[in-house]
Design a protein around this ligand. Structure first.
Ligand SMILES: C[S@@+](CC[C@H](N)C(=O)[O-])C[C@H]1O[C@@H](n2cnc3c(N)ncnc32)[C@H](O)[C@@H]1O
Length: 249
């Protein structure tokens, strides 16, 4: 495993993707604990809202994109989903996730890049992507790939920290990102550089409306796009139309 340069991952740097992956590989052992402390459990509520938006999709094969330590794979398992693929480019995050699964859980872990998915055919009835896409350099490519592997009528639920529009959310975001995240995350993981990067990635990400525009340009229909409470995270629920152009109705 190589380590990032002294500055950590830098936007526009051609090595950024490898640096981001190495960073997640490094913080994997402490990620679950840091996440629980930093979110004070609120992320559980956000994930619950995300699961609710999936509807009946969970009755078929589901993709957990940027699955990390598999919180949503676990939620999908608990919801009775018959087949789950946890996909992430950090092997270490997935290894930690595997240790959290109950015996017999139907979750397959696959290491790979969200911008290039390994399935040729529409394979999934639905997908989730929680707090991962802002790290992916080309969101249009990742969304196109997601669209390609979903069956018609399939839903994709994205939970993410988009650039906030409301003033109160901007202030909260700023204080959290500049002070709380690097301090608390750095303290728990022993890697303040990594949590400094995560804070920067939140500050630098696009607004939700821009993300929704890209998703619609690649073919998705927007079902839900809204802020969650507290208004720092957002939920976007997309659907691949049942009848795509050229397909028989
Ligand atoms: C902040 S963690 C979130 C993990 C998990 N979904 C959760 O909600 O806790 C972001 C995850 O996205 C993964 N990731 C970032 N860029 C990726 C890419 N280009 N392809 C695949 N996974 C990626 C990271 O390895 C990391 O596990």
């Amino acid at each position: 495993m190589s380590s990032p340069g002294a500055q950590g991952p830098v936007a526009g740097d051609p090595n950024r993707e490898n640096d981001v992956r190495d960073m997640f590989d490094r913080i994997a052992p402490t990620y679950v604990k840091a996440n629980a402390m930093l979110s004070m459990g609120v992320d559980k509520l956000w994930r619950k809202r995300g699961m609710e938006a999936l509807g009946d999709c969970v009755k078929g094969p589901m993709l957990d994109l940027c699955a990390g330590t598999m919180d949503l794979s676990l939620a999908l398992h608990d919801a009775g989903c018959p087949e789950i693929v946890a996909y992430d480019f950090s092997a270490n995050m997935l290894e930690v996730g595997k240790t959290r699964l109950p015996a017999g859980a139907n979750v397959t872990a696959i290491v790979g890049d969200a911008q290039s998915l390994p399935w040729q055919e529409p394979r999934f009835t639905g997908a989730v992507a929680a707090f991962g896409l802002r790290n992916v350099p080309d969101n249009r490519k990742a969304l196109s790939e997601l669209y390609r592997v979903l069956q018609p009528g399939g839903r994709a639920v994205i939970l993410e920290f988009f650039q906030p529009i409301r003033v109160d959310a901007r202030v909260f975001h700023s204080v959290f990102n500049k002070v709380v995240l690097p301090t608390v995350g750095g303290w728990i993981s022993g890697d303040s550089q990594a949590y400094g990067y995560l804070a920067d990635s939140m500050q630098a990400y696009m607004p939700r409306t821009e993300f929704q525009d890209i998703a619609q340009e690649v073919g998705f229909t927007l079902r839900i796009g809204r802020e969650l409470l507290p208004p720092v995270a957002s939920l976007v629920c997309l659907e691949k139309p049942k009848h795509t152009e050229g397909a028989a109705p």
